[in-house]
Design a protein around this ligand. Structure first.
Ligand code: AMP
Length: 178
């Protein structure tokens, strides 16, 4: 069994992104994996957790106390950890996971992705970091990062650490690859 941390949106996004989150949750549950998430029951966060459980997977939600109401803490989670701070949430999410998949999201998702990605590049962990670039959502960011690499601001090895998947199946294969 593998624990996979999923970072994704908490906002009112279009339905097809909720469907994507549910598809990933279904794949995680069917594979018998555990979902580690931000512990919210809203938007894509809620969709991935509900679908993981519906497909037979376990879910671990980790949420700071001050967001319990705002993000509708996922009380159906097999394990719900309420932390004192956002930093503690991120630390525990990273610690509890064997790998990371980032779905489309906003500034919270981007912050989580960058912290986990840079942490791996700096040698703080050696866990796979996958971006599920469904329908080109992350193309503008990836293009910018590639330009920054060309200009010397971003190391080639850093970009190589970021694994880009085009589909749920790709992301599942990349995140569990040894
Ligand atoms: P968003 O992508 O902005 O919809 O947020 C997705 C998740 O990221 C939500 O659970 C937010 O609470 C969380 N988030 C927001 N800010 C931060 C932050 N500074 N560090 C980590 N997670 C955050």
């Amino acid at each position: 069994m593998t624990a996979i941390c999923v970072y994704c949106a908490s906002g009112p996004v279009p339905q097809h992104y909720l469907d994507l989150a549910a598809d990933l949750g279904t794949a995680l549950g069917e594979a018998g994996h555990t979902l580690v998430s931000g512990g919210g029951n809203v938007s894509m966060m809620g969709a991935v957790a509900a679908a993981t459980r519906a497909a037979g997977g376990k879910t671990v939600g980790i949420i700071p106390g001050h967001l319990v109401d705002r993000e509708a803490a996922d009380r159906d989670s097999d394990e719900l950890v309420v932390t004192e701070t956002m930093r503690e949430r991120k630390r525990l999410m990273e610690e509890r996971a064997d790998g990371f998949i980032t779905l489309p999201g906003g500034i919270g998702t981007l912050e989580e992705l960058f912290e986990t990605w840079t942490g791996g590049f700096l040698g703080e962990h050696d866990k796979p970091v996958v971006v599920l670039d469904a329908d080109g959502f992350y193309q503008p960011l990836l293009r910018w990062l590639t330009d920054l690499q060309g200009a010397g601001f971003v190391a080639a090895e850093a970009l190589e650490r970021l694994q880009i998947a085009q589909s749920v199946a790709d992301a599942m294969a990349l995140v569990t690859r040894k």
